[in-house]
Design a protein around this ligand. Structure first.
Ligand code: GTR
Length: 327
């Protein structure tokens, strides 16, 4: 590019303005995400930051650290509990061992569809789960979409549960997901997202499971070319705030943060729908072998022991029943 005087001038002015704008922020909330800059979750938090900044005349800003710059999800959750990170956008999976209530919407096949998940998470059950984060020194702000997760691997197409026998799949760091994979006759290795690509490439694991956008943007489809749409999980994602950071805000500012987070949800859902299509097209064009007509019934039936082990107390049992009764 040829740098004309005008262009250089414009760049300098915009740099100065950006600097000035950040300098005005009285509160800068540091926000973490494992995904790259253009991923729907990152863009949704960005829209929340823009709204907050506008609402507060530039007093409250959000600075996003995408692409796991602040660490893998399990570690960033701890940093958020300690107030080192202010905001964190994470799947509910890595919360399963910390906030028991998050196990319920993470149960395999608990939701009949994404619409069913929205009805539940937008209502009183969703609110109960958001409130439960208080027990882990966190404030649950909003749920985002994570589509449905399915298995992919580098070995062969999976047409039935029998094809999974003895295979090794990476799962998120949640005991429940380890048991889920065992119940399907395969072996599970919990590991951070950032280690999955090389682990498949080097044969440490045979595959993993995720939604279209993550399978795409992580590049996993390049090393695991068989994807079976068994859709075992429709696990929502969540935006949480550190209780320590929250307590530093005035009640008025807390209300603004809560509202901005809520308002980012429809933004996220629109971006998600578009991204799912883009990723699916890209993956199909890349020649991935996709099994769509899998019979899910044996998969659903195999999950009984997982429900038995994890849905133990009355509170969780009632939550499961209420979800099943939700339209
Ligand atoms: C993605 C999710 C991430 C992370 C990742 C994983 O779908 O958006 O938050 O949980 O999956 O499998 O670790």
């Amino acid at each position: 590019m040829k740098f004309t005087k005008t262009l250089v001038g414009a760049l300098l002015t915009s740099a100065a303005l950006t600097g000035a704008a950040w300098a005005e922020c009285e509160v800068t909330l540091k926000s973490s995400d494992t995904h790259p800059d253009t991923y729907p979750t990152v863009l949704a938090v960005k829209s929340m930051g823009d709204a907050l900044k506008a609402e507060t005349d530039g007093r409250i800003c959000v600075e996003i650290f995408a692409s796991a710059q602040l660490g893998e999800e399990k570690d960033t959750i701890e940093q958020t509990q300690f107030g080192v990170i202010d905001l964190n956008r994470v799947s509910l999976g890595p919360f399963n061992n910390i906030v028991t209530e998050t196990q319920v919407p993470s149960l395999p096949y608990i939701f009949r569809s994404v619409e069913h998940m929205h009805h539940v998470m937008d209502g009183p059950i969703g609110q109960e789960i958001l409130d439960a984060f208080a027990g882990a020194d966190l404030v649950g702000l909003a749920f985002y979409d994570g589509g449905s997760r399915s298995f992919y691997n580098s070995e062969h197409p999976i047409n039935s549960m029998a094809d999974m026998a003895g295979m090794k799949f990476r799962v998120m760091q949640s005991d429940m997901f380890v048991d889920m994979v065992s119940a399907l006759g395969a072996n599970a290795t919990p590991m951070p997202y950032g280690e999955v690509y090389s682990s498949i490439q080097t044969g440490v694991i045979d595959g993993a499971e995720n939604n279209w956008p993550s399978y795409d943007t992580s590049g996993h489809f390049e090393v695991a070319k068989y994807y079976t749409l068994d859709q075992h999980l429709i696990v929502p994602e969540v935006l949480v705030m550190s209780k320590i950071s929250w307590d530093k805000l005035t009640p008025e500012d807390q209300a603004l943060v809560k509202q901005a987070a809520k308002d980012s949800v429809p933004v996220m859902r629109g971006l998600w729908e578009a991204q799912e299509k883009l990723s699916e097209d890209k993956i199909r064009a890349a020649g991935v072998e996709i099994v769509t007509d899998i019979d899910k019934t044996p998969f659903i039936e195999a999950m009984a022991p997982v429900y038995e082990k994890y849905v133990t107390d009355d509170k969780l049992k009632s939550m499961v029943e209420r979800i099943q009764a939700t339209e």
